[in-house]
Design a protein around this ligand. Structure first.
Ligand SMILES: NC(=O)c1ccc[n+]([C@@H]2O[C@H](COP(=O)([O-])OP(=O)(O)OC[C@H]3O[C@@H](n4cnc5c(N)ncnc54)[C@H](OP(=O)(O)O)[C@@H]3O)[C@@H](O)[C@H]2O)c1
Length: 257
């Protein structure tokens, strides 16, 4: 007898969710926060920069919570605060992330590597742990993790960053499968290069932030797939399948020099 496939729910109602986005004081998180709120959702933003949290709350009416996802105690405190103020919370987007160049010939890179892992990978895991019991108790809820096109083809200059994003991709797949048949949908947003301050404002030829965020909202609204893939990321996402991995890998390495 063939094993029965458990149903995997992938819908997020962007017109009526209560969503927490740690990592929305700038860039992609902020652009999505604005669009989700405009679509009708209640949005709580998080990050370390309190002055930005205050000004964004005043300007847009977001809920805010200070959070450092590299610190376990900060995640626990932020989760308690969000859930106390927003008991109907039914979505989180684990957006917080940092990206750094590393010279692997220099032992100095290790501090950066550990910080990147702690923020991008351990932070994602801890955030999910902190919110999962609550999300499982909701009739329908969503976790959106944030990987990257670089999870699929690495950028030579940013080894640990690429590795954490590949880790987020893999972790998300297991999470989705473990939660199949539950009330929690697990989505993965894998952005291509997008023009933000992620690398301290360095221009790495990213697509315009507004165009990216609009395309993501369209994909979320259509509820099509558990991976949220804008057109620009498709060559990276499917490079291995398409036999173009080595060619794209080398071209990206050459472009960065
Ligand atoms: N831009 C791209 O090309 C691109 C491509 C693929 C994936 N991504 C991913 O998209 C996400 C957002 O990046 P972005 O491009 O929008 O860059 P960004 O503008 O620098 O945003 C990064 C966000 O993460 C937050 N953050 C960083 N460290 C944190 C920590 N320890 N605790 C809590 N929040 C923290 C920052 O807030 P505070 O500084 O206020 O804490 C900020 O809100 C990241 O996960 C990134 O890896 C970006």
């Amino acid at each position: 007898m063939r094993p029965r496939r458990r149903r995997i729910v992938v819908d997020m109602d962007i017109t009526n969710s209560t969503v927490f986005i740690p990592g929305a004081t700038s860039g992609i998180g902020l652009a999505l926060a604005q669009r989700l709120q405009a679509a009708g959702s209640t949005v709580v933003i998080g990050g370390r920069r309190t002055s930005l949290l205050e000004s964004l709350a005043a300007e847009h009416g977001f809920g805010t919570v200070q959070i450092d996802v590299s610190d376990a105690a900060s995640i626990t405190a932020a989760a308690s605060s969000v859930l106390e103020q927003y008991p109907s919370l039914d979505a989180i987007i684990t957006m917080s992330g940092i990206m750094r160049n590393e010279d692997l010939r220099s032992p100095d890179h290790l501090d950066d590597a550990l910080e990147i892992i702690q923020t991008n990978l351990v932070g994602t895991i801890r955030l999910i742990d902190a919110f999962l019991p609550h999300l499982l108790a909701q009739p329908a809820s969503t976790i959106v993790t944030v990987s990257s096109g670089l999870a699929f083809v690495p950028l030579t200059a940013t080894p640990t960053y690429n590795a954490t994003k590949a880790g987020v991709h893999s972790y998300t797949q297991s999470l989705r499968q473990q939660l199949a048949g539950s009330s929690v949908s697990v989505l993965e947003l894998a952005p291509p290069a997008v023009s933000t301050d992620l690398m301290g404002g360095a221009d790495f030829g990213g697509m315009p932030l507004d165009a990216f965020a609009d395309e993501v909202i369209e994909l979320l609204a259509s509820g099509a797939a558990p991976e949220i893939l804008v057109q620009n990321v498709l060559p990276l996402r499917f490079a291995e399948r398409d036999g173009t991995h080595q060619q794209i890998f080398e071209a990206m390495a050459a472009r960065a020099h």
